[in-house]
Design a protein around this ligand. Structure first.
Ligand code: RTP
Length: 149
């Protein structure tokens, strides 16, 4: 069993619209293990670090104000191929292209309000997890379903 981890953040619209329980349910039902969770308000320096590759994009200021507009539910999930599988559960970045059955496909209309973030590689996941969580905020445990999934 791989212990790959990914960082999944429910963005302010996903929190305020009350979609986050459905998102947690989808990751749990798929077979992933929750190892970190907190409701947090981001700050600009954290977001500049998190989105460091997007700082020169024209949409960056609106992305910043969107991500600063309310609480974010930051989570870390563990399991086999969780980085790639997480991106499948999320759906395409642009809700126009995200398939029904995916989180963005089912709940989002607009690229600038696309509900959720998921790490796009194992390397970004490691970077993002250490950016958003302290080591002691992540929990090591054996889930009851261990051995089945
Ligand atoms: P995320 O990081 O949020 O999971 O999204 P992603 O990898 O699928 O997409 P990325 O290219 O990293 O973009 C990050 C977020 O920026 C917003 N965005 N707006 N043209 C636009 O208006 C535009 N492009 C990207 C989205 O909220 C996207 O999720």
């Amino acid at each position: 069993m791989s212990t790959e981890r990914t960082f999944i953040a429910v963005k302010p619209d996903g929190v305020q619209r009350g979609i986050f329980p459905e998102i947690l349910r989808r990751f749990q039902n798929k077979g992933f293990k929750l190892v970190g969770i907190k409701l947090t308000l981001a700050n600009e320096s954290l977001l500049r670090e998190h989105y460091s590759d997007l700082q020169s994009k024209p949409f960056f200021p609106s992305l910043l104000s969107y991500m600063l507009s309310g609480p974010i539910l930051a989570t870390v999930w563990e399991g086999k191929d969780v980085v790639k599988q997480g991106r499948v559960l999320l759906g395409a970045t642009n809700p126009l292209q995200s398939a029904p059955g995916t989180i963005r496909g089912d709940f989002a209309l607009d690229m600038g309000r696309n509900i959720i973030h998921g790490s796009d590689s194992v390397e970004s996941a490691e970077k993002e997890i250490s950016l958003w969580f302290k080591k002691e905020e992540l929990v090591e445990y054996k889930p009851t379903l261990h051995g089945w999934i």
